[in-house]
Design a protein around this ligand. Sequence first.
Ligand code: C5P
Ligand code: MG
Length: 160
Amino acid sequence: MSQVRTGLGWDNHRIRSGRPLIVGGVRIESDAGLEGHSDADVLSHAITDALLGAAALGDIGMHFPDSDAQWAGADSQQFLAHACALVREGGWEIVNVDSTVILERPKLKEYRERMRAQLAATMGIEVERVSVKFKTAERVGPVGQGQSAEAQAVVTLGRE
Ligand code: C5P
Ligand code: MG
């Protein structure tokens, strides 16, 4: 591939008890979840922004404004699939995605393979191109105090 582009994504959502916890398109067993206009899937939002960033196509809020009732409670896999379609319309192939979710609890590692499989299916790429990592914030700051969760993602695109 003669052309390569990299995109960076970051997202942050507040934690609230009673909300569903959905990360990477997978429902996680937890008594608290993430607050947001859509399903608040912090990881899928970070990956969506990384894809849009790599192709210089703006950001998630430009394509799916949270002021638009159409996206209330939306499944974020829909946002991710749409970003992949836009990127491919530009002639780009998705080479790989690497990501990190920063969440104090619950532990997410037992969900890793399910998240990779779901994200790969939504993005239309092989599972081996999708990496998902997890970290706590070591009890420091809002993430460490269990008030919020963050996610970071890097996407590489290529085209001839
Ligand atoms: O944050 P810390 O370095 O203590 O995390 C150690 C490991 O715990 C991570 O590499 C990850 O495998 C796992 N982890 C997890 N779910 C979290 C945070 C960390 O599975 N919410
Ligand atoms: Mg978000």
